[in-house]
Design a binder for this molecule. Sequence first.
Ligand code: AMP
Ligand code: GLY
Length: 420
Amino acid sequence: MNILILGSGGREHSLAWAIKQNPKCDRLIVAPGNAGIAMLAECAAIDIMDGAEVVAFCEENAVDFVIVGPEAPLAAGVADATRAAGLLTFGPSAAAARLEASKAFTKEICDACAAPTAGYARFTDAQAARAYVQHHGAPLVIKADGLAAGKGVIMGMTLDEALEGINEIFGGAFGAAGAEVVIEEFMEGEEASLFILSDGVNTLPIGTAQDHKRVGDGDTGPNTGGMGAYSPAPILSDAVLEQAMAEIVRPTVAEMARRGTPFEGVLYAGLMIKDGHARLVEYNARFGDPECQVLMMRLGAQALDLLLACAKGELANAQVNWADDHALTVVMAANGYPGTPEKGSVITGLEALPEDSFNMVFHAGTATHDGQIIATGGRVLNITARGDSLKAAQARAYATVDAIDWPGGFCRRDIGWRAL
Ligand code: AMP
Ligand code: GLY
């Protein structure tokens, strides 16, 4: 079959890598792709935010299956457009993607299905929000309601920080995403992510992971899109996973179906776990980046069968063939990230690296220029490895990191520390 993946990050490179290994995949196209993706798939320069353009491209290229990677095209209704054109699609409708695009909507769903999550209040008025904070006191978490590229959450550990967060969001720091503010109870515990396929009715957990959000070693410095991840997440034991499925995920999927907006795609549940009990921090309506890279490293070619079963509404009969393995990915970012990253620096040493089912370098912000690989974004490479133990995967990944010559980039040296 001919498959189109929308996106250009390490997430999409890892999806392409896994899918390419499945004999069902004849032709693989990624739009817009990047320099690493171009080594294993065709790249197409189309506007992935434009549903009509994506549909026209699919019709011209006899595409059989469309996979939407990032949240922005989902929220813009690109999966609605491809489904309406009769194309088999992996990725939720815009209505279902509200589970990511609106934090207030997610809270409404949690209320409706009694899913455990942080207590909260919603505000469209700064004065009322400030009064609420004054009354409750810190710590509180202040969130812009809408999509803010992972930056719309402010930890109000002190009263001043909480009030400052309200000013920032209502002051327009996140544009329209900040028209409404959600103020949440601060939850203590350890965070982990659970990835679940949903065909609208049936659910199938396909892996757990832990991310490293802060830019610096020891979880210091500003937040990023994620500096590294590993799978599985030991904190998400079978018992916690089943509790999260029973109390959070299955009720959410049932509530979305009841409302006539079934969730069809991958649900990424960010969980806070304390004393063996998980509460929902947030949902995303797509794979995590870099969490997808470790999931794909572990799933390999079967990823395509799972995504197809999800898109066809056949998850009731699907199952994951697990190996007893671990995967870890280290993000290499351009100097300056998560502020303004330096662009254009040259990366060498990539050609000599092993690329097999134990070692892969997934590209994010890269391009080819005069025959060389250059950095074009903040997060640039995902050095990913698999092993019998997390320690083995970590050692493999850092051995590869050390073989890359890129003075313009950096990475954390402690990915995996929490589980090790
Ligand atoms: P979100 O974008 O909602 O996942 O928030 C980003 C990060 O902020 C999460 O991954 C958590 O580390 C933290 N966070 C969000 N909400 C809460 C909460 N209610 N309590 C504690 N930490 C939170
Ligand atoms: N790594 C966090 C995310 O994809 O949202």
